[in-house]
Design a protein around this ligand. Structure first.
Ligand code: ATP
Ligand code: MG
Length: 240
């Protein structure tokens, strides 16, 4: 596992005049769970894309542990992603979907099978390994996507609104699974959500991003009791 440091990171997309992220400095401790909240268009997804290496930083650096990964290509960053619109391979079984990253990494078959079974058990997918994605509920598919992301035991786990397509009831159950999973694996986790209650439940700390700037990071209690400015106070009040 590893800590994450965004050090004075800025990014303006080609063709835009306004930066999507501006001088963001954010430190996430090894094994910490940080939720990222903020209005639509504030830069949350961009932050994760920079961490994954899917977008370059215009200035500033990103560190995983002690290593500056700013110039490291995505496949060598050891950051696992679950995107809002995740895709499973429809013609592959659940087991093969979960094991896919191991296959491409050249992990020997028997070891891969063990890792798939362990990960599936963690996410209560053990009985579904032979099914195809089309035979699963939405929440089960979501868990397969998560299993696929963590099967390689990444150093950092980044999730961009992973539960947006799941109903409220199942979301509550999955939230608890995610919290337990993160705690048992000790994965450093960045989790973007629109749902403040979700952020407060999952996040050891919550980061508020607005207009491409990190406004505040603190525990849910700190944010509630001491919002850094009127904009944060307003956002928290209207999102609650
Ligand atoms: N590929 C792109 N090219 C140009 N501009 C982009 C691109 N992706 C995002 N942007 C712009 O950057 C800003 C931040 O976008 P981003 O997707 O990071 O927001 P977000 O906080 O994730 O929003 P949401 O909550 O709606 O998902 C927005 O103004 C958006 O229009
Ligand atoms: Mg987004």
């Amino acid at each position: 596992m590893a800590s994450v440091l965004f050090s004075d990171v800025s990014r303006t997309y080609p063709g835009n005049t306004q930066p999507s992220l501006s001088h963001v400095t954010l430190h996430i401790a090894d094994g910490e769970f940080v939720c990222i909240v903020g209005p639509s268009g504030s830069g949350k997804t961009t932050l994760l894309r920079l961490l994954a290496g899917l977008e370059p930083c215009d200035s500033g650096n990103i560190f995983l542990g002690d290593t500056d990964v700013s110039e490291v290509p995505p496949q060598h960053r050891d950051v696992a992603f679950v995107f809002q619109s995740f895709a499973l391979y429809p013609h592959l079984s659940v087991a093969d979907n979960i094991g896919f990253p191991l296959l491409t990494a050249g992990v020997p078959r028997e070891q891969a099978r063990q890792q798939v079974e362990e990960t599936a058990a963690l996410l209560s997918l053990g009985k579904l390994l032979q099914r195809k994605p089309g035979q699963l509920s939405g929440g089960e598919r979501q868990r397969v996507a998560m299993a696929r992301a963590i099967v390689r035991k990444p150093r950092v786990f980044a999730m961009d609104e992973p539960m947006s397509s799941i109903d409220a009831h199942l979301r509550r159950a999955l939230r608890e699974e995610i919290a337990a999973l993160q705690a048992s694996l000790g994965i450093t986790c960045l989790y973007v959500t629109h749902d403040l209650a979700e952020a407060n439940q999952l996040g050891q700390r919550v980061a508020v991003v607005m207009n491409g700037e990190l406004q505040q990071i603190g525990t849910p209690d700190e944010l509630r009791d001491n919002p850094a400015n009127a904009a944060v106070a307003d956002f928290l009040a209207t999102s609650a």
